[in-house]
Design a protein around this ligand. Structure first.
Ligand code: GDP
Ligand code: CA
Length: 337
């Protein structure tokens, strides 16, 4: 295999990608060339404008992680970060104070915002930013593509007894960062998604791949939004490449993040099998040929196989690059064997 395409959110997707690239370089992935190319189609529905800056959390998490600029402890933002700008903004009483942009990180958003203001598309801007982060480490072997160049934003309706309607609609960032996903999400509306179109190269990356991977990313607000860009689901259904996914739900719960809450909101059972069935078998109008579940969820394999999805149970905790590369190898074996 020479061309791998991965549909990614932020932290889960980035960690998986780092391990996948480790496996490719080490030659431990069955049938994958040591110089194989990886195209990342990243979720952009978490993006928002804050303090006049365009911030793209998932694109940046992938870019910093693969470019070795990520803060390894937090898993987002820049390593060796300082927070003077955040403190100064707070001293002015400027809201929102709950969303912190680090000083180093702000440089990325300044560059991005200026290029967007000058009329460049997000995909072009991302390409420019990746010249600094991806090219020195991976040459032209890793490409990072926004799922769309258009503005798409996830919003969440939450119960709010204080408001006359009894509910309030907040941007996904407010739901996650300020409310910490602790209030019930009544509905999720991805503004602009239905009218969006895939970013340059996205459909080709799926159609021309030798393998497409759905990493353990959030099935609702990461992979779910990418699949919602008109044309992407059809591309997955019709590509000649096998499509394999890895469950982000392990032992009935998300490992980190807020997938549990959001799966409940869209009425999907919070289990590895629930997410697998939600994506569906390609043979039955869904997007998956294969689905890896954690060994703790081995009891769910038979039901998934019955639903027409090849399934296996292996350790799915991304504890280090080797463990993650082993997950990638198992995913490839499942569908390419
Ligand atoms: P986000 O955009 O930063 O939320 O990142 P993603 O959407 O790419 O991934 C978040 C999801 O990754 C979470 O909902 C978890 O379910 C999943 N996740 C995180 N760490 C692990 C892990 O070690 N193993 C598995 N199987 N899933 C994980
Ligand atoms: Ca995200």
């Amino acid at each position: 295999m020479k061309k791998l395409t991965v549909l990614s959110g932020g932290m889960g997707g980035a960690r998986f990608l780092r391990g996948l690239l480790h496996g490719i370089t080490a030659g431990t992935l069955p049938g994958v060339d040591a110089d194989a190319e990886v195209t990342v189609v990243a979720n952009t529905a978490d993006d928002w404008w804050i303090h006049g800056l365009k911030v793209c959390p998932d694109l940046d998490t992938v870019m910093y992680t693969l470019g070795d600029g990520i803060d390894p402890g937090r898993g987002w933002g820049r390593r060796d970060e300082t927070w003077s700008a955040k403190e100064e903004l707070a001293a002015y009483g400027v809201e929102p104070t709950w969303f912190g942009l680090g000083d180093r990180d702000i440089a990325t958003h300044l560059v991005r915002t200026q290029l967007i203001d000058a009329g460049y598309a997000l995909s072009q801007v991302t390409d420019a930013l990746c010249k600094r982060w991806l090219e020195p480490v991976w040459g032209d072997r890793v490409r990072l593509l926004p799922m769309t160049d258009e503005r798409v934003e996830t919003h969440v309706a939450v119960a709010d007894p204080a408001s006359p309607s009894g509910r309030r609609v907040v941007h996904f960032q407010e739901y996650w960062v300020r409310l910490r996903a602790e209030v019930a999400a009544e509905t999720i509306v991805v503004v602009g998604l239905d009218d969006s179109s895939p970013g340059p190269g996205v459909l080709d990356a799926i159609a021309g791949a030798d393998l497409v991977v759905l990493p353990p990313s959030n099935p609702v607000v990461s992979v779910g939004t990418i699949l919602g860009v008109p044309g992407v689901r059809d591309a997955l259904r019709t590509t000649a490449a096998p499509v394999v996914g890895l469950s982000p739900i392990v032992g009935g719960s998300h490992v980190r993040g807020m997938a549990e809450q959001l799966l409940a909101t869209i009425g999907v059972e919070v289990s590895a099998a629930g997410v697998g069935r939600h994506y569906g078998a390609r043979s039955a109008g869904g997007v998956l040929d294969g689905w890896l579940v954690d060994e703790r969820d081995a009891g769910e394999v038979a039901a998934l196989e019955e639903a027409g999805i090849r399934c296996a149970a292996v350790p799915l905790m991304m504890t280090d690059h080797d463990a993650t590369a082993a997950m990638a190898a198992a995913a490839i074996e499942l569908v390419a064997g």
